[in-house]
Design a protein around this ligand. Structure first.
Ligand SMILES: Cc1cc2nc3c(=O)[nH]c(=O)nc-3n(C[C@H](O)[C@H](O)[C@H](O)COP(=O)(O)OP(=O)(O)OC[C@H]3O[C@@H](n4cnc5c(N)ncnc54)[C@H](O)[C@@H]3O)c2cc1C
Length: 452
């Protein structure tokens, strides 16, 4: 699953060095190159993609945390031919597992026959349906730029102000949005919520058949060979360029730090970072699909953020005769923290063994206990036994998404100091669209300064 850009013709000195080959850095590099500027991208990892990478585990596609591609993102549409990603769609809407069973929330304009679950007395009341109509019409019709001019508040306040009942907020918005914002108090900026709602209505959620890593790979493939240098961590910035971890200085007129939050404090201590959200995704293998449709399922009891049968969406995610189920949960607290970053293994026993000698007993039991709880909750939600299920992999991403409390500017300048720039989702919105847009903005500002 790793791409290996050709680095044979690489020479050292360049106009602009981009540090980090996540989608923000790749977008920035692409725009600078298109303007005729010399660019090199230095990436610490062994492949491009950062938080958008996938692994092959025993013939299954395992994304580094469950995530989806939204076809409405303008930056994606501008940069890629979406057809080349071989996208497989989710059904529009979600299944909501609540105390009275499972209900379907879907956009009635796309799937009229699913309307009955939205009828008053089931998922929503009359007032909620009216509010939903107004919210959705506004989201479809208002240009995103207008959002920035509105006063910002939390999503919870905005939903109450829009006329939604507490019951509908708790029964639909809270469980649904918690999987998008990676927090479950609806404390995220209402501006961000409106952008998300708009993108949901305008686009389709999809999975690329080869995993989400297909997106950054396609972005990297559009760069000239030799532009990206893998396994090249940058240790610091100098007056004339950057210092690599090997101790070599590479000169450049400008440096763009596109590293994600981990390296920003070391490279650009003056840049303020938001808090980041942590998420863990459990990948279970089942002998057959417990759902039989490509739909996201959320839980009003919030025992998990969301779950879906990946192989119902993209059969390529699992070898024939198996189903792959992804279930995401919020940060695991201390037990999860102790259990470390990422691991792939089979079954509780093997997880315990793989942790043997590395972590405390509490951490091992915490992980195994949590997995058991997740499996039980998901089995109940799907209405199926999970005896034949095995745990394939666990992906815990500590800096998954920036927290976005109000007020959110939605975009920030990339300029830090003369010749120094920063981009990434923390400078825009916590999304692929936000990261790409931030990379694009960094390129515009670098170009303007170089010419200026
Ligand atoms: C589990 C999960 C689910 C998500 N779900 C969605 C979703 O459904 N929809 C959506 O739109 N967005 C989603 N996102 C968010 C989206 O993936 C990110 O916003 C986006 O990928 C961030 O890109 P970036 O380029 O800003 O940063 P990153 O992807 O973090 O890229 C930074 C790069 O810099 C490299 N780097 C770091 N330090 C150094 C160094 N010192 N030297 C050289 N290189 C360095 C890293 O290796 C990495 O490749 C999700 C994210 C996660 C983790």
């Amino acid at each position: 699953m790793s791409s290996a850009p050709d680095t044979r013709n690489a020479t050292d000195s360049t106009d602009v060095l981009v540090v980090g080959a996540g989608v923000a850095g790749l977008a920035c590099a692409r725009d600078l190159l298109a303007a005729g500027v010399g660019v090199r991208v230095l990436e610490a990892g062994d492949a491009v993609g950062g938080r958008m990478r996938a692994d092959r585990v025993e013939g299954f596609v395992v994304d580094r945390g469950f995530q989806v591609v939204n076809t409405s993102y303008p930056q994606l549409r501008r940069r890629l031919t979406l057809g080349d990603l071989r996208l497989r769609p989710f059904t529009p809407g979600v299944l909501v597992q609540g105390p009275s069973g499972r209900l379907r929330f879907s956009d009635p304009t796309r799937r009229p026959r699913t309307l009955p679950d939205l009828l008053p007395g089931r998922l929503a009341g009359h007032r909620d349906l009216a509010a939903l109509g107004v919210l959705s019409a506004r989201a479809m019709l208002s240009p995103p730029g207008r959002l920035k001019r509105r006063a910002d508040t939390t999503t919870r306040t905005a939903l109450a102000d829009a006329g939604f009942s507490e019951a509908f907020v708790e029964g639909f918005f809270r469980p649904f949005l918690s999987g998008i914002f990676l927090e479950d108090d609806l404390e995220t900026s209402a501006r961000m919520f409106h952008l998300v709602w708009r993108s949901m209505l305008r686009g389709t959620l999809c999975l690329p058949t080869e995993g989400v890593g297909a997106v950054p790979r396609a972005l990297a493939a559009a760069l000239p060979p030799g532009t990206v240098r893998l396994e090249s961590p940058v240790a610091g910035l100098t007056d004339d360029g950057v210092l690599t971890a090997e101790g070599r200085e590479i000169p450049a007129r400008s440096v763009v730090v596109a590293t994600g939050p981990g390296s920003v404090p070391g490279l650009l201590p003056e840049v303020a970072l938001p808090d980041y959200r942590t998420v863990t995704t459990y990948y279970h293998v089942a002998p057959r699909s417990p759902l039989g449709e490509p739909t996201l399922l959320v839980d009003t009891r919030r025992r998990f953020l969301n779950t879906c049968v990946l192989s119902d969406v993209a059969p390529e995610y699992a070898p024939p005769g198996h189903a792959l189920v992804a279930t995401s949960v919020l940060d695991e607290g201390e037990a999860g923290r102790e259990s470390g970053e990422e691991r792939a293994g089979r079954g509780d026993q093997e997880i315990r063994e793989s942790l043997e000698g590395r972590e405390g007993r509490e951490g091992r039991e915490g992980l195994a206990g949590r997995e058991g709880q997740v499996r039980a909750a998901v089995g109940e939600a799907y209405g199926t036994g999970t005896d034949g299920w095995t745990l394939l992999a666990v992906r815990r991403v500590e800096d998954a998404l920036p927290a976005m409390p109000p007020p959110q500017p939605l975009t920030r300048t990339a300029r830090v100091a003369p010749g120094r720039y920063v981009c990434g989702d923390h400078r825009a919105t916590g999304s692929v669209q936000g990261a790409l847009a931030s990379g694009a903005r960094a390129a515009r500002e670098v170009l303007s300064d170089l010419r200026g």
